[in-house]
Design a protein around this ligand. Structure first.
Ligand SMILES: Cc1cc2nc3c(=O)[nH]c(=O)nc-3n(C[C@H](O)[C@H](O)[C@H](O)COP(=O)(O)OP(=O)(O)OC[C@H]3O[C@@H](n4cnc5c(N)ncnc54)[C@H](O)[C@@H]3O)c2cc1C
Length: 203
């Protein structure tokens, strides 16, 4: 799913879904799934009471391409695993964030500034043979980075609560909104109830 001018977030794979959460939750009461409606009520109850561990039975891996400054906020979410493309080993691609709505002189200056940083970076690497890990210092925080993010359902709910909120920065909010849509497709009851009970009520 495309996010911002050059970014994306895609669900690569997942383990578990609503059925896994229900199975884990019902272990507490030594009960079996009775009906879809009873299961939905159970998940709603768990979300309202903050009984989060059954949601850890779901695990998701996302492929993310985001500006560095977004990744920096993202990586603060410690209860997850990350594997990021390294600019020690890979050459940076000439791609950078351009906010929607920039136009005229400001847009021209924005592009000029970023292009000039990339020109200098490639000159350092190609002409002056500076190691990539040092040359990258001249690149701005709006360049795109690419990482895999593996996170369980409970930690993902924490991320969504914090990063879909109106006080989260617009750019990471766009990623959080996209992720919510992706996970609602594979675990519609868990994340549908979470959206209704938590996100739409403001956390
Ligand atoms: C709007 C907004 C503004 C922010 N501004 C800043 C800022 O200015 N500066 C800044 O540094 N950060 C800032 N942050 C980052 C914020 O402080 C958190 O680091 C980030 O949101 C990750 O949240 P988390 O710790 O709940 O997630 P995770 O790291 O995924 O942790 C999930 C949960 O695990 C538990 N946990 C994890 N690690 C520990 C631990 N070591 N000890 C105890 N419990 C733990 C906590 O219950 C935590 O909620 C901001 C976040 C938001 C949403």
């Amino acid at each position: 799913m495309q996010v911002l001018n050059k970014g994306f977030v895609n669900l690569v794979e997942h383990m578990g879904g609503d059925a896994a959460v229900i199975r884990n939750a019902r272990r507490c009461w030594r009960s079996e799934s009775k009906s879809a409606d009873a299961d939905r009520q159970l998940l709603r109850h768990l979300i309202r009471k903050g009984h989060k561990t059954p949601f850890e039975a779901m695990v998701f891996t996302f492929d993310v391409k985001a500006p560095l400054f977004v990744a920096r906020q993202w990586f603060r979410h410690r209860i997850a695993s990350y594997n990021e493309e390294s600019l020690r080993y890979c050459i940076a691609q000439r791609e950078y964030y351009v906010p929607e709505g920039l136009e005229g002189d400001v847009l021209a200056a924005w592009v000029r500034q970023n292009e000039s940083a990339f020109d200098f970076y490639y000159e350092l690497v190609d002409t002056y043979k500076l190691p990539r890990e040092q040359a990258r210092s001249v690149l701005p925080v709006g360049i795109y980075t690419n990482f895999f993010w593996t996170v369980n359902g409970s930690s993902l709910m924490n991320f969504l609560m914090l990063r879909t909120a109106q006080d989260a920065q617009y750019e990471i909010r766009m990623y959080a909104n996209a992720i919510l849509e992706l996970v609602k497709e594979v675990a519609p009851v868990s994340f549908g109830e979470f959206e209704r009970e938590v996100l739409k009520r403001g956390g």
